[in-house]
Design a protein around this ligand. Structure first.
Ligand code: AHG
Ligand code: MN
Ligand code: MN
Length: 337
């Protein structure tokens, strides 16, 4: 069987890219390289002093783990050196990072990134991930500005995630389907292992932090009860699976079928997850694989973005399951008025 590396695949597929073919290829290649370095550190996190918290809190008010900092630094360094990116927005940085170096003088892309997703799982040997989203800049020249990031998810030219799990995988889309690559540690390359990934239309897994049940909107509570009901025809009750690393939960659901929900709660009335560098890229991938992503009402990628770290609720997964959950949201929103 022919082994196709990520690098080879990107070059072969670049004819499909709408514009700036070589540049986008190089950008994806740079992300792949940074991912390999982060994977190496994730793999040895149990061995070295990198394990544990730095004691600092990030701008979201959450504890920052050392690996978050490391991953953030690696991706920023790779993107700065690559020369295709004129600004980076990261979960770990309050403001955008404009890139103003010689190699990036003609850079046409901006990247939004969650360098380490699932950070509460670092210390316990459970999968974590990286999420990235690529846009063409809207400003004309110079280092990128915040304007370049305030684009709807529909404007993404590429998006992907890396999962650092029992094996490392990089999954990405440029709007022509989704392809997944598994890192072969013996040759140090991501190799095409999941070509043209398609999500089942429906599944039997629901993923939600039920600890927040009391604080969920009524529609979500009723949908959870629906998932737990006995019904042979629809394979219910469904199984509950929640890792706490969104990338890992959504990756599993993409492969075997399921729905992931992070709703608004009375404690986080705008939701917890971030639109720019978590929800939009995951929505792009899931839609490209045949699934759906909404905030319970509106398609995620159609949502207007007003600030870098904007939060949203997220219903993402198999199209039938997301639609069903939205039916409940709709029904019980009406009843509330
Ligand atoms: P991050 O580690 O980047 O802050 O993201 C974690 C996200 C998501 O990946 C995960 O599903 C969810 O937050 C877990 O949140 P709860 O612990 O509130 O369930
Ligand atoms: Mn995250
Ligand atoms: Mn993160």
């Amino acid at each position: 069987m022919r082994v196709q590396t990520l690098g080879q695949f990107i070059i072969e597929k670049q004819a499909d890219f709408p514009y700036a073919k070589g540049e986008l290829s190089r950008l994806l290649r740079d992300i792949g390289i940074a991912a390999k370095i982060v994977n190496r550190e994730v793999n040895k996190a149990g061995l070295v002093e990198i394990l544990g918290e730095t004691g600092e809190t990030n701008i979201q008010g959450e504890k920052v783990k050392k690996l978050d900092v490391f991953a953030n630094e690696q991706f920023i360094a790779a993107l700065k050196a690559g020369g295709e990116c004129c600004a980076i927005a990261s979960e770990e940085n309050e403001d955008i990072i404009p890139i103003d170096n010689e190699v990036s003088a003609n850079a046409r892309y901006v990247i939004a990134i969650d360098p380490l997703d699932g950070s509460s799982n670092i210390d316990v040997n459970v999968s974590v991930g990286t999420i990235f989203s690529i846009y063409r800049r809207t400003t004309l020249n110079g280092p990128g500005t915040i304007e370049d990031f305030l684009q709807r998810g529909t404007e993404q030219v590429a998006a992907g995630y890396v999962i650092y799990g029992s094996s490392a995988m990089l999954v990405y889309t440029t709007g022509k389907g989704v392809n997944g690559f598994t890192l072969d540690p013996s040759i140090g390359e991501f190799c095409l292992s999941h070509p043209e990934m398609k999500m089942p239309e429906t599944g039997v897994i629901y993923s939600i932090n039920e600890g927040n049940y009391l604080h969920f909107p009524e529609g979500v509570k009723k949908y959870i009860k629906y998932c737990q009901e006995e019904d042979l025809a629809t394979n219910r009750p469904y199984s509950s699976r929640y890792i706490g690393s969104g990338v890992a939960d959504i990756h599993r659901n993409l492969i075997v079928g399921g729905v992931y929900i992070y709703p608004t709660t009375t404690k986080s009335p705008k939701g917890k997850l971030r639109l720019l560098y978590e929800c939009n890229p995951l929505a792009f991938i899931v839609e490209q694989a045949g699934g759906k992503a909404t905030d319970g009402k509106t398609r995620i990628m159609d949502k207007e973005i007003k600030e870098l770290h904007q939060r949203t609720s997220l219903f993402i997964g198999c199209s039938d399951m997301v639609e069903k959950a939205m039916e409940f949201m709709h029904l019980y929103a009406e009843k509330a008025v």
